[in-house]
Design a protein around this ligand. Structure first.
Ligand SMILES: Cc1cc2nc3c(=O)[nH]c(=O)nc-3n(C[C@H](O)[C@H](O)[C@H](O)COP(=O)(O)O)c2cc1C
Length: 198
């Protein structure tokens, strides 16, 4: 069914469908990293943009995942849309996204999301939630005279882009005879797909 299609186009089509059918966060993806000791770790992030073939998400650049991605640029992401009974597996290599877009995307977020991102030392121990709440209150005062959009994006927060090198599209099939198509890149950087046994 998808043999001759570009998997990114199919992925975008599925994501559009999921946007209509999922209860929330159709763009949520589990991202697996491998740290400097070879230990894998998974967590959810939100896919915020697809630029060409690159998948863009935003996070804290001092977080656990950021440290792992610095040590090992290979990542894997996974989407599962229960409402569609479909799964997409993507592996790729991660890089910082265009720094110019960080402020732009940061400014598009709600004020509280921005202050939260500034205040959060993501993945570090927080002895008491009050410390974080107080920090956000402090920032509210600090930025009260700034026009909302001008709150600066901290240098420790921003986008990463994943450059896919393998994509698997999985669709639920009758009698568990599911459809799986795996795509890799040939030497000309074109996607080549094969059907896999389920
Ligand atoms: C649905 C969902 C979406 C999330 N989206 C993001 C995101 O876009 N960026 C982010 O930094 N954390 C996001 N989180 C929180 C992460 O899963 C994770 O807790 C956090 O980034 C710290 O991960 P780390 O310690 O592995 O770096 C999300 C969590 C959920 C459940």
């Amino acid at each position: 069914m998808f043999d001759n299609k570009n998997p990114i186009d199919v992925f975008k089509m599925w994501l559009d469908e999921a946007t209509k059918t999922e209860i929330n966060d159709p763009n949520a993806m589990a991202i697996a990293t491998v740290d400097e000791k070879g230990i894998p770790q998974n967590r959810m992030v939100l896919l915020k943009d697809i630029v060409g073939e690159d998948l863009v998400f935003y996070t804290n650049k001092n977080s656990q995942k950021a440290k792992a991605m610095k040590a090992n640029k290979n990542v894997a992401v996974l989407f599962h849309w229960k409402s569609l009974s479909r799964q997409v597996r993507i592996t790729g290599v991660v890089e910082f996204a265009d720094k110019d877009n960080d402020q732009e995307y940061f400014s598009s977020r709600s004020t509280m999301s921005r202050l939260g991102a500034i205040a959060s030392k993501q993945s570090q121990v927080l002895a008491d939630k009050k410390i974080l709440i107080d920090k956000v209150d402090e920032l509210k005062k600090e930025y009260s005279d700034l026009e909302d959009k001008k709150i600066p994006c901290p240098e420790y927060w921003g986008g990463y882009k994943i450059k896919p090198n393998k994509i698997e599209l999985w669709m639920d099939g009758e009698n568990r005879l599911h459809d799986r198509f795996e795509y890799t890149k040939d030497k000309n950087n074109n996607w080549v797909g094969s059907r896999l046994y389920p």
